[in-house]
Design a protein around this ligand. Structure first.
Ligand SMILES: Cc1cc2nc3c(=O)[nH]c(=O)nc-3n(C[C@H](O)[C@H](O)[C@H](O)COP(=O)(O)O)c2cc1C
Length: 369
């Protein structure tokens, strides 16, 4: 079984992956005897939001759909396993396909915010090749809490020594909702997560939860009000928020001042995907259906942007004399990328696309340290 076979099978629907996954090396890890030595459980003695961990490296919200995936990730030595973003209510998935390979034009395969290519169109198809860049278009599906709460509890229980299950959640904006109701939905979802015994949690503000292509994290003051309501609900439980790329330093500083500086947030996880117009080889819309002309790109293409965002956040942290944690995400596909994020100021690092196509990534990083 090759590590290259992704544990999330991009050729199957989300529902099939949920039901029958994980695949590849993760499926093998799940079959292993529970009493087996963890595949890569070297003790390194770090912390993540106050919790002791072997190595503060893992997988961010997305490819780990349920407790089978998070348990397999732990067994493969990813000491931080994020449970895919949940909601206060059941929520459907965008139609298949949800993942496509993406091929930027530049020699190093990078995509930079503001570049014309993002609006003119980036080639997206089913030719998956390393170093991997993909687009993901799921619409943040969720089971009903009655279903995900017991599963999240099982996911937490499956963490080994020095490993932490990281729940991710977000608020849901439904038609006719007032702003107060929208804020309250975040607090309710945080309470539902806390009820599972979660020791910490990540709130996603970086998906188009505000409507087509509109991100909550581009409204720092609203994020500030939401995190206050969430903190009132969860008390001392550490809260991290997931941010997309924020172009302006002023906006990024306002985000920090509205949240971490007021004690409502203990860390930032960044970045999420970069939005691009995706086209097929004929220049037509690559993903089928209305509202899917643009989609988020992740993997190799976005590493430079992720590193820049972490550096800017670390500079703001130092300038304001704050101590919030930074979780670096975006394009980590090798031990060198992990090291680059640490050098940029990240306290912890995660990889989604890189880990999907390299189940041995945590082991490789541990071996090089
Ligand atoms: C298949 C897939 C699903 C994702 N779903 C979520 C999600 O539900 N919530 C979230 O906050 N981020 C989600 N993401 C974004 C990742 O957490 C991460 O921010 C992004 O992929 C960049 O990291 P990468 O370059 O290592 O993939 C998803 C990513 C992938 C690949």
């Amino acid at each position: 079984m090759s590590d290259f076979e992704p544990f999330y099978d991009v050729n199957r629907t989300y529902e099939d992956n949920y039901e029958y996954g994980p695949f590849g090396a993760f499926a093998q890890a799940l079959k292993a005897d529970v009493d087996d030595e963890p595949i890569a459980g070297k003790q390194q003695g770090e912390t993540f939001l106050g919790q002791p961990v072997n190595l503060a490296f893992g997988i961010p919200a997305g490819p780990l759909l349920n407790s089978k995936y998070t348990t397999a990730a732990f067994r493969m030595g990813f000491d931080l396993a994020t449970y895919k973003t949940v909601r206060s209510r059941a929520w459907g998935c965008n139609p298949f396909p949800n993942v496509l390979a993406v091929h930027p034009k530049s020699a190093d395969g990078s995509l930079t915010p503001g570049s014309a290519e993002l609006d003119e169109g980036v080639l997206a198809d089913t030719n998956y090749e390393l170093p991997m860049s993909i687009s993901n278009s799921f619409g943040v599906p969720s089971k009903d809490p009655e279903y995900w709460q017991p599963d999240m509890r099982a996911a937490i229980a499956a963490a080994g020594p020095g490993q932490v299950l990281v729940p991710s959640f977000q608020g849901s904006r439904v038609e006719g909702m007032s702003e107060a109701e929208y804020i309250a939905d975040h607090a309710t979802t945080a309470r539902l997560v806390k009820e599972t015994g979660a020791k910490l949690m990540v709130m996603n503000t970086s998906c188009p939860n505000e409507g087509h292509n509109r991100l909550l994290c581009h409204d720092p003051l609203l994020v500030g009000r939401i995190t206050e309501a969430v903190k009132n609900e969860i008390g001392d439980t550490p809260l991290m928020i997931k941010l997309a790329y924020i172009p302006s330093d002023d906006d990024l500083e306002l985000m920090v001042r509205s949240t971490a500086a007021r004690g409502t947030v203990q860390g930032f996880s960044t970045i999420n995907t970069i939005s691009a117009r995706l086209v097929d080889v004929h220049g037509n819309q690559a993903l089928p259906g209305a509202g899917r002309d643009r989609s988020g790109v992740c993997g190799n293409a976005i590493r430079g942007t992720g590193l820049a965002m972490v550096r800017r956040l670390a500079a703001i942290r130092e300038r304001l004399g704050l101590a919030f944690a930074i979780n670096g995400v975006g394009g980590v596909v090798s031990p060198a990328d992990y090291a680059a994020y640490k050098a940029a100021g990240a306290d912890s690092v995660m990889s989604a696309t890189g880990a999907m196509w390299d189940a041995g990534l945590a082991r490789k990083i541990k071996e090089t340290r």
